[in-house]
Ligand binder design. Structure first.
Ligand code: SRM
Ligand code: SF4
Length: 568
């Protein structure tokens, strides 16, 4: 079969230029051409339309209310107070007055209209942040464990995340030409993308770095995961895992989420080489005909782990060592104040769904602007959509807390465990693929769940709950002990039984339930859990042990046998 149309589009795009400049200049419509909309993703931009207004505008024979999502490339999710102020300014000027922390540790602006795209991108670059390759068929934003106060190894991990991110940026100058008025330096020559070539990767590619015992990055959901190995107080290398991914399509049995296999260990000096050759394997062997089957997880599954190991060894000229032992405790964030060994304070704030905006209940952006004006450390975003105000001088601690209180920012001391662990994707009104509400529904859903849990004295039990508005799984719902996946407006599939440490997927328990039916389905299981759980037993493990769901079918058993047992 011939390669799919997206492959032809990439090949003929003159290295991601397409006709984007013409599309931007066309003021007759708020949209760009369909081909340019696809190419824009490589520049960190998605075309969207307001789904709340879609039907009404259609009735009035108006074109959809088009606007654009801009995703920043911020490997490791770190930004300075100065950058914060610049992003806050852009959010107010061009982006619906909100900043959205994503599940990959970066920011998104929503609602930027075509006329403002160029100045917004220029403003982001002025803040020394880029959006290039934040989306598209390339290596995406590299995520890493990001709680500096928890370990002295964080800096090394962050450095490596940046290095990996920089190494696999597209080489094309198209981004600079289009958005930053750069000169058209290189023509459509094969030399322009020495690593990716004219057709880039078959699909998106994601890399994450974890530092045990914290699996906040959900390393088993990554196409390529690195699990830090510390020996005698030194970061010496990484266990390597491959082939994770969340996305599936309802009713299409050929698609499914998958947890990555641990395939070996590599010393720190060779991690870039492992990354390069692994991405190259996907570039050369990934499915370029069927995009639904084009993620690396399917390449691994179809050809097998042994094939991958051999191919990697041949390309590198050396073989990964046997994996080292490791252990994860959980995949959530610890919230609240913590002091590090140097006497600095760090505050991790829980942000529901990562949405930062001013509302009558809480003035997030006003508060954080004032914090940024006096803060001398930095800000760190987590892959659980939370925010760390990091490296606070002891003498600033009280003033920062006072600012947050004044603007009614919820300090996390009063949060229940279920609220701490709750996540949701964006979904309506911006996401074109949403089937059900997610971000807008999460607050009321968590309220009701807390009430139910308190009936059984479980409100302080750490139970992970994640909601995605469709089965693409942007909130990684298939790794939650209670995973809800949108089926249609107001209805969700209920998944149970994932491991608390993110090492085992959940399984489908019941389909297409509304909010009341979800609570009714969970009630007897939670009651049972409150009475008959074993000491220290997590809810996901209990759901499997008690037979509510079978452990998910293992799609890749041979390699699993070689994987160290993970305690959950
Ligand atoms: Fe995602 C597509 C939002 C993390 C799997 N994702 C989308 C789009 C761009 C919809 C679209 O294609 O038109 C969503 C835009 C919604 C909006 O209005 O903002 C979207 N994804 C998000 C974010 C913002 C969710 C969030 O609440 O934070 C996350 C941005 C991450 C980032 O900064 O780069 C986000 N998406 C994820 C993750 C989680 C992760 O990477 O850790 C996944 C599951 C992991 C994986 O990739 O397997 C994920 N998003 C998808 C998929 C399914 C891919 C697949 O293999 O089937 C799609 C659809 C697609 O690519 O065709 C998708
Ligand atoms: Fe949109 Fe689906 Fe991703 Fe949610 S999971 S943001 S609904 S693509």
């Amino acid at each position: 079969m011939a390669p799919g149309e997206d492959e032809a589009l990439k090949a003929e795009s003159a290295y991601l230029r397409g006709t984007i400049t013409d599309s931007l200049a066309d003021m007759v419509t708020g949209a760009v051409t369909p081909s340019d909309a696809k190419l824009l993703k490589f520049h960190g931009i998605y075309q969207q339309d307001d789904r709340d207004l879609r039907n009404e505008r259609q009735k009035q024979k108006l074109e959809p209310a088009f606007s654009f999502l801009i995703r920043l490339r911020m490997p490791g999710g770190v930004c300075t107070p100065k950058q914060w102020l610049q992003l806050d300014d852009l959010a107010h000027r061009y982006g619906h007055g909100s900043l959205r922390i994503t599940t990959r540790q970066t920011f998104q602006f929503h609602g930027v209209i075509k006329r403002h795209l160029k100045m917004t991108i220029a403003g982001i670059n002025h803040a020394l942040i880029s959006t290039v390759a934040a989306c598209g068929d390339v290596n995406r934003n590299v995520v890493c464990h990001n709680n500096p106060y928890l370990s002295p190894h964080h800096a090394a991990l962050y450095r490596l995340a940046r290095e990996i991110s920089d190494r696999f940026l597209p080489a094309t100058q198209a981004y600079h030409e289009i958005w930053l008025d750069g000169e058209h330096i290189v023509g459509n020559s094969a030399a322009e993308e020495p690593f990716y070539g004219r057709t880039y990767l078959p699909r998106k590619f994601k890399i994450g770095l974890a530092l045990p015992p914290w699996n906040d990055v959900d390393v088993f959901s990554q196409d390529l995961g690195f699990i830090a190995v510390i020996e005698d107080g030194e970061l010496v290398g990484f266990n390597v895992c491959v082939g994770g991914g969340m996305g599936m399509t309802h009713g299409d049995l050929g698609t499914h989420p998958r947890v990555a296999d641990v395939v070996g260990y590599a010393p720190i000096s060779r991690i870039l080489e492992v990354a390069e050759q692994t991405i190259a394997i996907q570039r050369d062997f990934g499915d370029r005909i069927n995009r639904r089957h084009a993620r690396f997880k399917y390449t691994i599954e179809d050809r097998g782990i042994e094939w991958f190991r051999k191919e990697l060894s041949t390309r590198m000229g050396w073989t990964l060592e046997e994996p080292h032992e490791f252990h994860f405790d959980g995949n959530g964030d610890r919230l609240g104040w913590a002091k590090d060994a140097d006497g600095f304070w760090h505050l991790t704030l829980g942000v529901m769904s990562g949405r930062l905006r001013d509302s009558p209940e809480v003035e997030w952006l006003s508060a954080l602007r004032k914090v940024a004006e006096i803060h001398e450390g930095d800000f760190r975003l987590t892959t659980n959509q939370n925010l760390i105000i990091a490296r606070i001088h002891a003498q600033r601690k009280r003033s920062i807390e006072a600012i947050l209180r004044k603007h009614r920012v919820p300090l996390p001391d009063a949060w229940t465990e279920v609220r701490r662990l709750a996540m949701s994707c964006v979904a309506f009104p911006t996401c074109g693929l949403a089937m059900a509400e997610s971000e807008r529904w999460l607050p009321s859903w968590v309220d009701r769940l807390e009430t139910l849990l308190s009936e059984f004295g479980l409100q302080q039990e750490p139970i992970s709950v994640r909601v995605s508005g469709c089965p693409n799984g942007c909130a990684r719902p298939f790794l939650a002990e209670i995973g809800l996946v949108g089926k249609s407006p107001g209805r969700y599939n209920l998944y149970l039984g994932a491991a608390f440490d993110g090492s085992r997927l959940n399984s489908l328990y019941k389909e297409s339930l509304n909010e009341d039916e979800l609570l009714a389905a969970l009630r007897p299981i939670l009651e049972h859990y409150s009475c008959e759980r074993l000491e220290g037993e997590h809810f996901g493990d209990f759901a499997v042990r008690s037979g509510y769901v079978p452990p998910i079918q293992d799609f890749h058993s041979p390699a699993k046998a070689a994987q160290p047992r993970l305690e959950s």
